[in-house]
Design a protein around this ligand. Sequence first.
Ligand code: ATP
Length: 199
Amino acid sequence: MYLKKIELKGFKSFPYKTTIEFNGGITSVVGPNGSGKSNISDAVRWVLGEQRMKSLRGEKLEDVIFGGTQEKKAMSYCEVALTIDNQDSIMDIDFSEVTVKRRAYKSGESQFYINNEQCRLRDIKELLLDTGIGKEGYSIIEQGKIDEILSSNSASRRRIFDEASGISKYRYKKDEAQRKLNKTSENLERIYDVFFEIE
Ligand code: ATP
């Protein structure tokens, strides 16, 4: 499983469709200050569902959409697609290649896609659980992240080990099941209330 391709359109400093292909091994992105290198890693975290604008180095949701220059006017939407190789079936989906895409409009609306089928952000999160690729995954180590990991408390640090050892998925499923159980208990109580009222 590895990242094969990133396609950006209208994202931050990339107004035109830009495709970055990775051919295995190590790829370095080099360029002068302010040329958009960090915008590429922002794009990756954004597709994976990052909503905290501070972490994307912006303030408002629309700050990820190309804001215009003297040569090109501002855009009303942006989209980023990641194509991930899945020949080793690490992602639990019946495709040897998976494209995860997010599109957002200035209105604040966001759409998510897996292999061009519209889906929920939750579907993307579930697909990538335990792969290390999620927006909180350890596959993206941004500036200051190592310091943050070293100085965080043991519970936060443990989340990284849980993800690497494949436990996150089960923790997520357990929390989901617990939520459903709580909801069912509430519903049962309501039914009992109605039952005793009409008895
Ligand atoms: P450094 O080497 O200094 O860290 P960098 O190559 O990582 O720089 P980025 O921080 O990725 O550069 O890109 C900064 C550039 O992106 C700035 O020129 C900024 O104007 C531009 N930029 C950011 N958001 C937008 C936006 N919404 N619309 C247009 N341009 C944007």
